[in-house]
Unconditional design. Structure first.
Length: 266
């Protein structure tokens, strides 16, 4: 057997696969558990959740084997992603497409049932599959069970992706919140014109929130130091802090200084 089939939307499919950021996952226990359920329900020794990459197939979840990946050239799942229909192989030794496959001739794989996983319309990034060392005539009920489990697997993959995206956004929000604090350059500039030393300690409670402090020079050797603590925590308080910070505590006018009180807001 040479080469492997390539879907017509391969470029878009691989781009979708990259958004899963598989290498950044902290744990795959739930995917392993799902594979264990699939293997038990269909009474097979092995089950996998595969991700078909450019040249290899990665196992995002597995039970019954030690390998973490296999070459795409010999992977059954490389064929499963070609259509939206299940790939059913009841006896690989009598299947002309797979009878010479090393997984059959060397690893003794005889049966395979794979359900393609779609995380976006028309983009099949892998498969949920069960494999056995004996021929297996898969019943319609088994096919339906695997289809439902594949839906769960696809949902879990999308949840992992959403969690990573949310973590990225939260990290950026924390970075922006910290940027609202007085910079060291700003503090040094204030200290140069005022005979005092400014020291501070800022520790966010949990992620983003409504706590902030600032310092402004309002005149020769005159400073305004303000602290804001919005009621509540999380994104709502952080948004209020951002709105508050968009106003300077003091701003110049043609007749001197117009004051904006930096009162606590609740």
């Amino acid at each position: 057997m040479q080469g492997f089939p390539i879907p017509p939307n391969e470029k878009e499919r691989l781009r979708e696969l990259r958004t899963l950021r598989f290498g950044e996952w902290d744990t795959r226990a739930s995917l392993d558990d799902l594979c264990a359920v699939a293997a038990r329900l269909l009474e097979t020794p092995m089950a996998l959740i595969s991700l078909v990459d450019r040249d290899e197939v990665l196992f995002a979840g597995k039970t019954g084997l030690d390998a973490d990946r296999v070459a795409r050239e010999i992977a059954f799942c490389a064929h499963t992603i070609m259509t939206s229909e299940p790939l059913i192989i009841e006896d690989a030794t009598s299947d002309p497409c797979f009878c010479h496959n090393p997984l059959v001739t060397e690893s003794n794989i005889r049966s395979y049932l794979g359900i393609p996983l779609e995380t976006a319309p028309g983009l099949r990034i892998g498969a949920l599959c069960v494999l056995g060392h004996k021929p297996h005539a898969f019943a319609e009920s088994e096919l339906q069970t695997m289809t439902k489990l594949a839906g769960i697997a696809a949902s879990l993959l999308k949840c992992y992706r959403a969690t990573l995206d949310l973590n990225d956004q939260m990290a950026r929000a924390i970075e922006l919140q910290e940027q609202m604090l007085p910079s060291q350059a700003r503090i040094d500039d204030i200290q140069a014109g005022c005979p005092l030393e400014v020291a501070s300690c800022y520790q966010a409670r949990d992620g983003v929130g409504g706590d902030i402090w600032g310092i402004e020079a309002t005149g020769p050797q005159r400073l305004l130091l303000y602290v804001a603590d919005f009621t509540g925590h999380g994104l709502a308080a952080a948004l209020n802090t951002a709105r508050f910070h968009s106003f300077r505590p003091y701003r110049g006018t043609a007749h001197g200084q117009a004051r904006i009180d930096a009162a606590a807001v609740e």
